[in-house]
Design a protein around this ligand. Structure first.
Ligand SMILES: Nc1ncnc2c1ncn2[C@@H]1O[C@H](COP(=O)(O)OP(=O)(O)OP(=O)(O)O)[C@@H](O)[C@H]1O
Length: 436
């Protein structure tokens, strides 16, 4: 039988030593952390089955620790202990998903019952999420595990696949991974960003041209569709393809033949088409900007990549993966917490850039919280209050100042504020201010 690993987090050194002795005598392997941040770094290195944490601790308390654990190790059960046990605390904790709540002094047999129940309910380590890698796609979150299962299955089919997802979520790496896992992996993988090539050049890029087809066509040129023969063609930002080219692409997909510009000759092509867009392609169809028939041709199977914000469990794995190319460096637990708490509007590409920025700015081995802070953009939008909040804040500050000036004399303050007394009282009531 495997021994269960417990992580005991408590800033009371005497209590934690006693508890660890008692738990070890019951057959558990016990790791002790006297601070929440230390607990997080142990969790990063060590397989832990249950966390047992004190509620009230300095700096980061048990609930804050629990929130972090939920983000990084969603399936890991946490039991809360407190010397100040109160029913509201216990209810709040269990409502948020805490596995159990015990008051100190801890009744060891109650704890053992709770541990047995929690450990039985825990999924086996085989089914719990483990870090995974699929042809260059690194992942750990449940959402990505499910998605990679789907990718494994669809990669082997010959169907055209549409990959959707916000910018920087990994659509191109996913396309390459599908190609590498497919039966045409030994064939070419040819990618083009339809939004980055000027519309007048896109046609010749895709379909090629014969010498003399237009001014500047000094020799025959093979298009990318032909270059991808017996392999995969990846059309990135497909929503940006002009309508007249969409017709031509549709013909190629239907007839499996391509005719370069300026010629009558057609060539057979056998390509699997993967396409991607960060825009909602169905909306483009509804707005008449994308052909519905082409949409169905390209979207035989669709894959949607979650944003990084929707899969924060992947952040430590990806950040550490990107960091490996900068030698033996690591993030401090506080730095990792900051990475985890950020919203990542630019998704994995932005995370990659931030990791690179931090590594370059850190000559030592440990990347600190302040380095991460300086590498992240300041969110001025989030810092900005709405107009109503700003007005209310101003009114509150103004009332406090007038009252202070008039030493709490409401009649006098109303005169200064040029309001009648009853209006002034209403304002004080609105802001919950009691004149002293
Ligand atoms: N799961 C992943 N594992 C490792 N690296 C990843 C992963 N997802 C994305 N990346 C990296 O993130 C960066 C952005 O990925 P990619 O270019 O595939 O995104 P995208 O969705 O195609 O972006 P855009 O919409 O802007 O074209 C690349 O450096 C890529 O290698």
């Amino acid at each position: 039988m495997t021994v269960s690993n417990l992580l005991l987090v408590d800033d009371d050194l005497h209590f934690s030593e006693l508890m660890s002795i008692r738990l070890e005598s019951l057959g558990y392997q016990v790791f002790v952390a006297h601070r929440a941040t230390l607990a997080l770094s142990i969790l990063q290195k060590q397989r832990i089955d249950v966390v047992l944490t004190d509620l009230r601790m300095e700096h980061m308390d048990g609930m804050a620790l629990f929130q972090e654990i939920k983000k990084r190790f969603s399936a890991l059960p946490v039991i809360m202990m407190t010397a100040h046990g109160s029913i509201p605390d216990a209810i709040a904790a269990t409502e948020q998903g805490i596995a159990g709540f015990l008051t100190k002094p801890v009744d060891i047999s109650a704890l053992q019952d709770l541990l047995n129940t929690v450990l039985k309910a825990r999924p086996s380590s085989e089914s719990a999420s483990q870090p995974g890698q699929f042809f260059g796609l690194y992942y750990e979150s449940d959402a990505m595990h499910t998605l990679v299962h789907k990718l494994e299955a669809i990669a082997r089919s010959k169907a055209n696949i549409m990959i959707q997802g916000e910018s920087g979520t990994g659509k191109e790496v996913t396309a390459k991974a599908i190609h590498s896992a497919s039966e045409v992996a030994s064939g070419p993988f040819v990618a083009i960003n339809c939004g980055a090539v000027p519309a007048n050049l896109l046609e010749s890029e895709l379909f090629g041209h014969f010498k003399g087809a237009f001014t500047g066509a000094t020799k025959d040129k093979i298009g990318l569709v032909q270059a991808a023969d017996n392999g995969t063609l990846f059309l990135d930002e497909i929503a940006d393809m002009p309508l007249e080219l969409q017709v031509k692409l549709l013909r190629v997909l239907q007839e499996r033949k391509v005719r370069p510009i300026g010629g009558q000759q057609e060539y057979d092509v056998n390509v699997r088409v993967l396409s991607a867009s960060h825009k909602n392609l169905w909306d483009a169809v509804q707005n008449g900007l994308f052909r519905e028939d082409l949409y169905y041709r390209l979207n035989v199977i669709s894959v949607t990549l979650p944003s990084l914000k929707e899969r924060p469990e992947d952040i430590p794995l990806l950040a550490n993966h990107f960091l490996t190319s900068f030698g033996d460096k690591s993030f401090s637990p506080e730095a990792m917490t900051r990475l985890l708490n950020y919203d990542w509007p630019g998704n994995i590409r932005q995370l990659h850039n931030v990791v690179e920025h931090c590594a370059v700015l850190t000559p030592s081995k440990l990347i600190t919280d302040s380095t991460v802070e300086s590498a992240l953009p300041v969110n001025t939008t989030a810092m900005m209050q709405g107009l109503n909040e700003a007005k209310a804040q101003f009114e509150y500050d103004y009332l406090q100042k007038v009252l202070a000036l008039c030493q709490g004399n409401v009649a006098q303050a109303a005169v200064v504020a040029k309001r009648n007394r009853s209006d002034f009282y209403k304002l004080l009531k609105k802001h919950n201010i009691a004149p002293s």
